[in-house]
Design a protein around this ligand. Sequence first.
Ligand SMILES: [Zn+2]
Length: 272
Amino acid sequence: MIVRFTSAAVLVIALAGVHSRDVGAQTLDLRRYRTVDLTHALNAKTLYWPTSPTAFKLDTLSFGPTPGGWFYAANAFSAPEHGGTHLDAPIHFGEGHLSVDRIPLDRLIAPAVVIDVTAKARTDADYRLTSNDVAAFERRHGRIAAGTIVLLRTGWSMRWPDRKAYLGDDTPNDASKLHFPSFGVEAARLLIQERRVGAIGADVASIDYGPSTDFMVHRIAAAADVPGIENLTNLNLLPATGAFVFALPMKIEGGSGGPVRVVALVPRQGTR
Ligand SMILES: [Zn+2]
């Protein structure tokens, strides 16, 4: 990937490499886009998996005037890798696969599509995206190109951070009664193995649905070195196609994942 600044407001990005045949060279004029934050803030209410021994913690080291007369603030934070809006590195479910610091950046900076299953998830909390849903999306919007970041919109981010509403259960230390929608196994195979998408993400706690006990979607993604992005928000503000997503996780050496700030560039109306 080549990034070149041509003026204060214009960023030209030429995507090259393995996906160039499909994604093509693109020019981004930032004045033509609005930015959308797809990230939940990290705080004391940030949700972690029910079995997580710890959660996000922020300790104040300094806050206030110094003896020298100026103001100074600094904190120390700690958190599990997996919780809040975060990225799963392939090594999370794939021994020998990429850790979070080694994921190629062109998997994490790419055009995005949003597949909307909010209507189906509203009547079935355990709804899983099917290959038919993907086919229906492609009939309307065209074939999903290799390297695309595929985002699944279920509407579940509206429930954040209510643990019971979001995860389907709030029994401490028990992950056996969870209910929320996500990707289905066949749809994941289609997207990852056939379409060769760059990453998959969802506005729920996992790229596998709540009742999953075998985490097949995680395993399929890991085997193909495809990262997963979990606990996204604001997917309702993105078009089905046309957005550009930046999903850059904390660069934890050897990490199995980590907090990620996910931002989308959405074409301003009338500029396309
Ligand atoms: Zn995770």
